[in-house]
Ligand binder design. Sequence first.
Ligand code: G16
Length: 543
Amino acid sequence: MDFDAVTKYSALHAKPPGLSSQYGTAGFRTKAENLNHTMFRMGLLAVLRSKQTKATIGVMVTASHNPEEDNGVKLIDPLGEMLAPSWEEHATCLANAEEPELQTVLSDICQKEAVDLQHNAFVVIGRDTRVSSKKLSQSVIDGVSALGGRYHDYGLVTTPQLHYMVCCQNTHGNYGTATVEGYYQKLSKAFMQLIKQAVSRKDGPMHLKIDCANGIGALKLKEMEHYLPECLRIHIDNDGSKGKLNHLCGADFVKVHQKPPVGLEMKTSERCCSFDGDADRIVYYYNDTTGRFHLLDGDKIATLISTFLKELLVKTGQTLTLAVIQTAYANGSSTRYLEEAMKVPVHCAKTGVKHLHHKAQGFDVGVYFEANGHGTVLFSKAAEEKIRQQAEHEKDNIKREAAKILENTIDLINQTVGDAISDMLVIEAILALKNFTVQQWDAMYTDLPNRQLKVKVADRRVIDTTDAERRAVKPPGLQEKIDALVKKVKWARAFVRPSGTEDVVRVYAEADTQENADKLAHEVSLAVYHLAGGAGEEPKPVV
Ligand code: G16
């Protein structure tokens, strides 16, 4: 390892002494102005990870749903999945090493992970549309170059597109062609195959309004539009030409505030959806004839997709295991519907798609979605093989057709990570195939009224949780207080957890009425404020 080159380059990306950060729910996230050294060092780390795994590694510069002034970085492992947890620890150590310690930390990682320094490294880099992203991705490139790694800069891409590229690179084209055109071609081909049957039944084109959060999703959708069939007419709003990234729009805003984004004109019963800032999340919504807003979040998406897949699996006669993975944020009604009506096993994982992804790998078909709209479906290699074989060789027409639909669904899904574009096409195809309106989809079950709030505290690490974040074990007395509050309200549930992407504690509450959910969320926020070192003003009631 050429330590001199590292030291020389590092001086140009020097770490402000004392500044510390942590690899959180989805990488590092903080104010963009404090990230130069972190980016350089993640370039270094990506080279080491590439040498160790003897595979291409991805580095995505984005802060996803966070405001424009933030930025962040996510590392992508060989099959397009999130970075392995042991390497998250290395990432934190490396990001926090003071300049003189840098060489020692790098050597330690090489030793602990038996990194083969002779092996060549290849890193692919992508970035979102934030003003700060260009410069920060150059810092990543400097890090890669300082350790003699080769790289390809994909420039502006969505996060899931970069995950896809990594997987394509490491499977030598088996997963797809490692270009944005390859991505558009793969998805659009699978989509067209899927909806062929449905289109012949339909009278006119399907219309969908898309709020792109003023982010990268708009750019990429505009590129992709030419690949999509005539029967799907997409109308792109919040494309970045006027509004600010994630400001009063995007999937996170719509989900948390339970209202439509600014900048999208919604007519009665019109099907609309929102992406987040790096297009890895999606939520759907519509206004009914009385003007009431209906949100179809990640739970509703998981329900639609798992129902569709289960019906097809039954038709094929294949005995494959199917499960849905959710987090503590999943609406109680969705879990009940899946378990009781659909007879689909449901598992709960900690927040962060990396945790859900891992759990989903334990099934032939693992559908995972966070309520915030981040999710995908995983098919085991064996399941995929069985389905493809059946689609080609099955004699029984009904079974073969079902297997073919499953095969095209597999090709349409981005199995590496949640992908707003891919998920949107999957949902549109399912609605067309089932001849379902958005209202019929919504009617599968009724959400329990719920509320999410954020509480500012001096140090959010004072909160520690257990049982997939459903119970707080620290600070003392907090869980007892939450239990007492929950006990007073019908059908109530509440929990708190420190965010891994923002400097806040998140509060979730659900109850029999919106008024009760709002009141419970507020009372739990007050408990956090008083028992976990609240900062600034006391939380106010929800209005
Ligand atoms: C990231 C993660 C998601 C997580 C979200 C919020 O999303 O990828 O899995 O749900 O952060 O995490 P937290 O509640 O810890 O702040 P994104 O879209 O911002 O990358």
